[in-house]
Design a protein around this ligand. Sequence first.
Ligand SMILES: [Zn+2]
Length: 384
Amino acid sequence: MTLFEFATAGRIVFGEGSAASIPGWAAELGSMVLVVTGRDPGRAESLVEGLQKQDADVVLLCVDGEPDLAFVSGGAELARRRAVQVAIGIGGGSAIDAAKAIAALASNEGDPLDYLEVVGAGKAMVNAPLPLIAVPTTAGTGSEVTRNAVLSVPARRLKVSLRSPLMLPRLAVIDPVLTYDLPPSITATTGLDALTQLIEPFLSARANAMTDALCRDGIGRVARSLERAYRDGHDAAARADMSLASLFGGLALANAGLGAVHGLAAPIGGMFHAPHGAVCAALLPHVMAANVRALCEGGAGAGAALERSAEIGHLLCGRPDADAAVAWLRGIVERLGVPRLGDLGVEAADLPAIAEQAQHSSSMKGNPVALGADQLIAVLTAAL
Ligand SMILES: [Zn+2]
């Protein structure tokens, strides 16, 4: 069996109502607390009240959309000035990623560019970040158990990662109740991102026995529960399935890598103000179709990846067939009203540049078959 390693958050707590215990866990780490949330501070209200009841000093930061370098540098400076002892990221992927980056940069001074991939020097971090508690309020990101934070670099229309094994959160708290009031459109796109983050690691060359187990279980949960959660946000069993599937996707991607959906989503996210989940949801059926087509044409290792694609069909709809998997994905994207790439601002003239950048993205390396520029442009055209 192939050698593998599995790294994750220091501690994972899952369950309805678990968020109520966060102030107590935070108190064990310190009394000066930085809370990072999304654009609506109301999302963090009961957490902040709970912290204040424990006599914690709370600094609240709201990030509007995906965090950029200036935001996290400013946040790190603020954390140092206020002698913050513990950081909490509560929200979607953007809020958690912002908290992760701030916690890391607060204890690793100097130019943040030094640590950034692609646009920076990619230097390894030396100092342990501030202890971080990650609390997702969507079911899709998995960021609560990954070691990177995605940051936008608006001047270069790029999205890049700040990445270090030291950035794994100290504690991940997944409380499905926090997702009950998500609107159906966000449930759909984030849920399909979660599904992408289970399918891509399952097909990745770096898949291992542990990530396989998580992906198989998670794909089945999305298949039975995404549409139910979309139709009734307060369906507790469906929400729990989706929260668990999202967590499993995060665990899998952090340890087995991703594929062409995320390879294409990276440049699209940098070039347009399009939410990551929506981009992945729009691409997923078309990338799966292109992969199956390319795998059918053969090549080294194609047989094993085709068998896995067929198994995905079995997990999604009970038919052990790769084409059935593609058909199921096309169907759910249609039924959940997922926007197309064109609705997100992408135009035909942008496609060659996206395909070109995607070929160099780190996620693309995990794809089970190499897709050339022409094949990627065909995928993008189909999703436009
Ligand atoms: Zn994703």
